[in-house]
Design a protein around this ligand. Structure first.
Ligand SMILES: *Cc1c(COP(=O)(O)O)cnc(C)c1O
Length: 420
């Protein structure tokens, strides 16, 4: 594979940006490769600057559920641009998008549009703390909720000790109020609530974890979280930045039948533009300024161009939900099957999946991190050399889109099955 132009650009980029990238995983360090510089993308395909063509299973890390450059989405965005790129003021698109979201996720009675998943989660947690007048939060090891200070934590010496920052630049005090529990481990949550349940503002969780690789919730786990938070007057936040509009039109909360107090959305909801959402029960959202005393604002929040992409995407998903979601399931199941034929250990929920290079059943962070990342790098390289663009890290999901054709899927299955 010729990657001369990418190598040239990467050498230049290294001089301007840390690691040559604007988000660390793109540097491809864990698979030991030069990042490819992308020229363009269309449908299921992505093309680098050297003219190599790949079937794309990163899909911009989730947003492109309809594939790249979906014509109706591009048309909506182009047309929105004609009216101005940003107003910093109210416009009717905000209402239209909010309506589409609430209709499909009724737990979101009231919401705010923001610019990134990080911002959505940070704001949702602030609202939860403001509403409950409590400081502590519970998060799960291996779940990712963006890069705000209080969420960049790792465990202390024991579960009941306070967590410590896992990034330099985060003051110890910022993570003192973040308690860590184990995904799929009810006992670890129970212990935290036994210890200080009346100080816990909220539990935040990826209802199907997808940032330590895909790790589905075990049966009853989300219901348990619903019950224990309710019992202690804490809020339950579902971070559906990946799962929202992906696992079903109503997200993971619809799929698993558990209703959170607050939800965060990103990725798909912006249709490929920088847009995210936090929202939930009306009485909680009414704590947000100017109605209440929880401050949150944004110059570009509700940006008309981003909103137009979100509306167009959600409209397509809504109109075609009876074909899109079953198709995603059918195609994804084929890939899962090919992985199993190749002897891989795969976790899949709908159109997200991860092949883990471990013999252990992956149910949480501890089991996920038993994976052999060197072996994953070999797998990644095998895929890439054969025209399949997958995540350059063991601990990410493979995303299937509606644009993937049966030919794409067939080719992908062949490449996976030929991995030795
Ligand atoms: C991607 C992601 C985020 C962060 O979103 P950004 O837009 O990258 O800030 C938060 N939570 C989850 C579950 C995510 O997958």
């Amino acid at each position: 594979m010729n990657i001369t132009q990418s190598e040239k650009l990467y050498a230049q980029a290294l001089d301007f940006m840390p690691g040559g990238v604007n988000s660390p995983v793109r540097a491809c360090r864990s698979v030991g490769r030069t990042p490819l510089f992308i020229d363009r993308a269309e449908g299921s395909k992505i093309y680098d600057v050297d003219g190599n063509e790949f079937i794309d299973y990163i899909c911009s890390w989730g947003p492109n559920i309809l594939g790249h450059k979906q014509p109706d989405v591009v048309k909506a965005v182009t047309s929105a641009c004609q009216n101005g790129l940003t107003f910093g003021a109210c416009h009717s698109g905000e209402i239209e998008l909010a309506e589409l979201i609430r209709k499909n996720m009724p737990s979101i009675e009231m919401l705010r549009l923001v610019n990134s998943g990080t911002e959505a989660v940070m704001s949702a947690i602030r609202a939860a703390r403001g509403f409950t007048k409590r400081d502590k939060i519970v998060k799960f090891e291996g779940c990712y909720h963006g890069h705000s200070d209080g969420l960049l934590v790792k465990g202390g010496s024991g579960l009941l000790t306070n967590s410590i920052p896992n990034s330099a630049g985060v003051p110890k005090g910022y993570t003192d109020t973040t308690l860590l529990a184990k995904y799929n481990d009810e006992e670890s949550v129970q212990q935290l609530f036994d210890n200080c349940g009346d100080e816990i503002a909220c539990v935040i969780v990826e209802p199907c974890a997808a940032n330590m690789g895909v790790v589905p919730p075990k049966k009853g786990f989300l219901k348990f979280l619903r019950e224990i938070t309710e019992k202690h007057g804490s809020l339950l936040i579902f971070d559906e930045v990946i799962t929202g509009f992906r696992l079903s039109l109503g997200g993971a909360q619809k799929l698993y039948g558990v209703k959170p107090d607050l939800t965060t959305l990103g990725k798909i909801v912006g249709g490929g533009m920088p847009l995210a959402v936090y929202g939930g029960r009306k009485e909680i959202m009414e704590c947000v300024a100017p109605l209440g005393s929880v401050y949150q604002a944004g110059t570009l929040s509700g940006n008309p161009v981003a909103v137009s992409a979100g509306i167009a995407t959600l409209k397509i998903l809504e109109k075609n939900k009876d074909s899109i979601y079953p198709e995603l399931e059918r195609k994804s199941a084929k890939i899962e099957n090919a992985m199993k034929n190749a002897g891989l250990n795969v976790n899949r929920v709908g159109s997200i999946m991860t092949a883990f290079f471990t013999d252990k059943k992956v149910v949480d962070y501890d089991t996920a991190t038993t994976a052999d990342t060197k072996r994953y790098a070999e797998y990644y390289n095998h895929l890439l050399e054969n025209g399949i663009y997958a995540a350059p890290s063991q601990f990410e999901a493979m995303f299937v889109s509606f644009a993937h054709t049966d030919d794409d899927i067939e080719k992908t299955c062949q490449v996976i099955e030929s991995f030795k």
